[in-house]
Write a protein that binds this ligand. Structure first.
Ligand SMILES: O=C1O[C@H](COP(=O)(O)O)[C@@H](O)[C@H](O)[C@H]1O
Length: 262
């Protein structure tokens, strides 16, 4: 039997954040039982604000010093640019971590390499190799947790619908020069790296996501050889490793069976 993702629909963002916090705590404890660091990657967009909940920031059970944070995707812009996913995470989360806590290890892109996105992607892949293992000894890095967004067009990371990057099989990190959502020059984790993670959480809120949520959960273009949205490809590739944290507005009209708690 195919293993399906979980889809949670919460009445408000505060309940969503409470549940997301519990889920992260479990992922952290599973990871730290296996190895010294909790290795995660995060998206930009609406994700950092929802991630940085009061309950997470006040928690004494979050071992910030053991967190190793990568970016699921990043725009090829300076680290202080308003379009930078690093700048967003810093503003929403990193700067709010209590000063009394140990600091997480954060892996931003190398701002010296912005002129060539392939060099930028290769350098970021080297950072992954430094943390996980050499590419010839492991086929793919295994993140403990990915915290991802879902664009209204069904993109995740910087993997866009119908884009050739969805077929990438070798690179861990790929360059994109023609992102349909600005800015066009970016780097992204590739689909095999995403689906290889131990846990994958999508966070999608607001009525602006309900059309795409219906497409992701209630249509099956793969059955007819049609184009499958990137978020749906993650569902198909990673199955029950995937959990969706949504509010009611985002899942209005979605038929796929929804749960309201973990
Ligand atoms: O461009 C991007 O968009 C997606 C989705 O953003 P959202 O605001 O609709 O949540 C985001 O996950 C990705 O990291 C970002 O680069």
């Amino acid at each position: 039997m195919t293993k399906l993702p979980s889809l949670y629909a919460f009445p408000d963002s505060s309940t969503l954040q409470q549940n997301l916090y519990q889920y992260i705590l479990q992922a952290q404890s599973d990871a730290l039982a296996r190895h010294p660091k909790f290795k995660i990657a995060v998206s930009g967009g609406s994700l950092p604000k929802l991630l940085a909940s009061p309950v997470l920031l006040a928690s004494r059970d979050i071992h910030w010093g053991k967190w190793e944070i990568f970016f699921a995707d990043e725009r090829a812009v300076p680290l202080t640019d308003p379009d930078s996913n690093y700048a967003l995470l810093k503003q929403e989360l990193l700067d709010k971590i209590p000063k009394t806590a140990s600091e997480p290890t954060v892996h931003p892109i190398d701002p010296e390499m912005l002129s060539d996105t392939q060099d930028l992607a290769d350098a970021y892949e080297k950072a992954l190799i430094g943390s996980f293992a050499a590419k010839d000894s492991v086929k793919l890095p295994i993140f403990d947790l990915l915290l991802l967004g879902c664009g209204p067009d069904g993109h995740t990371c910087s993997l866009f619908p119908g884009h050739g990057l969805l077929r990438e099989e070798d690179a861990w990190v790929a360059a994109i020069e023609d992102s349909p959502k600005p800015p066009p020059r970016r780097i992204t984790l590739t689909l095999p790296v995403v689906t290889h993670a131990l846990k994958i959480a999508f966070v999608a809120t607001g009525a602006g996501k309900k059309e795409v949520m219906r497409k992701i959960f209630d249509t099956h273009p793969e059955a007819e050889g049609g184009e499958v949205l990137p978020c749906a490809l993650v569902n198909l590739g990673a199955g029950d490793k995937v959990s969706w944290f949504c509010d009611q507005a985002a899942v209005e009209g979605v038929s796929f069976s929804k749960k309201s708690s973990l």
